[in-house]
Design a protein around this ligand. Structure first.
Ligand code: DON
Length: 304
């Protein structure tokens, strides 16, 4: 397996030239463009890694699946999906247009920014600090890594440049989709995007979902139903407006972030973490997607 992963990294590293590192937030552009790493944890606890698996990056939109799990734990499935839909949009992740024009009058799904900000507003806690601390404790638990933390330089950049997200937050408040304090919701959202992790951490989170919400100690942290909801939304909306093509080419529930990470879940089999900061036009890692496509073919991992 390790040889296979090494070859995948070698074969696909040059594809990073086809994309660009995200630069719309200060500091994100510091990433090394041709970095590429993949890590797999299988259900029997074996670990396989190749390339830049220990390199830290911010999880960005991958945090949306983590917040969704905690929001459902805190509020129940019915409440969460009364405020946010389950349908793909086919629009970019930061699109604002369907928010007002659609007859649904709520964000289409929890993986676009509008839906994710609404979900962040549902995390319980007396103030933004407590809400985020609960989220950080939750991600540390499911990744089985107590050292995970926020990159404060990136967080400041998110907050300073996040006016489009702010606009969506205030619109959601006007529609009563956000019931609490908007600034708290935005602060949790900016911080969750700025959590730093490695491909290894992502593989652990993938394995947690592959096991239906259990850690390696056997603790059932979330009900398997929540894990199923999250994996399903990863298939339909996890790779933004490339989700359909990704499902055909790779066929593994996955979630990407503009920091270059992708977390993938092969249910009942393995968790996969990939890092490659050079992104395509939709915000997905160019070389990372290529590695996953080859891996899926080699090991027949498509779930379809
Ligand atoms: O601009 C934002 O909202 C980001 N910090 C998160 C975006 C993200 O990762 C979208 N991804 N592919």
């Amino acid at each position: 397996m390790e040889d296979l992963l090494k070859n995948l990294v070698k074969n696909n590293q040059a594809k990073s030239k086809l994309g660009e590192v995200a630069n719309y937030i200060p500091e994100l552009d510091k990433a090394k463009k041709d970095a590429l790493g993949i890590c797999i944890y299988d259900i029997n606890g074996n670990e396989y890694c190749a390339g830049d698996c220990e390199e830290k990056f911010t999880i960005q939109s991958i945090s949306k699946i983590i917040t969704l799990m905690l929001a459902i734990l805190d509020n129940g499935e019915e409440y969460v999906f009364s405020k946010v839909g389950m349908e793909p949009t086919g629009d970019p992740f930061n699109s604002i247009k369907k928010l007002e024009t659609s007859s649904r009058k709520r964000p289409y799904n929890p993986m676009i920014n509008a839906g994710a900000i609404a979900v962040s507003s549902m995390i319980k806690g007396k103030d933004a600090r407590e809400k985020f601390q609960r989220l950080l404790d939750f991600v540390r638990k499911i990744s089985e890594d107590d050292t995970l933390d926020v990159n404060y330089k990136i967080y400041c950049g998110e907050s300073e440049t996040g006016n489009r997200n702010r606009a969506m937050g205030y619109f959601l408040k006007s529609q009563n989709i956000i019931e609490g304090n908007v600034e708290d919701a935005l602060d949790v959202y900016f911080k969750q995007c700025s959590i730093e992790a490695t491909a290894k951490n992502l593989a652990r989170i993938g394995l947690f979902l592959a096991r239906g919400g259990k850690t390696s100690t056997g603790e059932q942290v979330i009900n398997p139903r929540i894990a199923t909801i999250v994996k399903t939304l990863m298939v339909t909306c996890g790779m933004y407006d490339s989700s359909g093509e990704f499902a055909v080419r790779v066929g593994i529930p996955s979630k990407s972030g503009v920091g270059g990470g992708i977390v993938s879940v092969v249910p009942g089999k393995m968790g996969i973490g990939v890092f490659g900061p050079s992104l395509d036009k939709r915000g997905n890692s160019v070389a990372g997607v290529a590695v996953l496509e080859e891996l899926s073919k080699e090991l027949s991992l498509t779930i379809f």
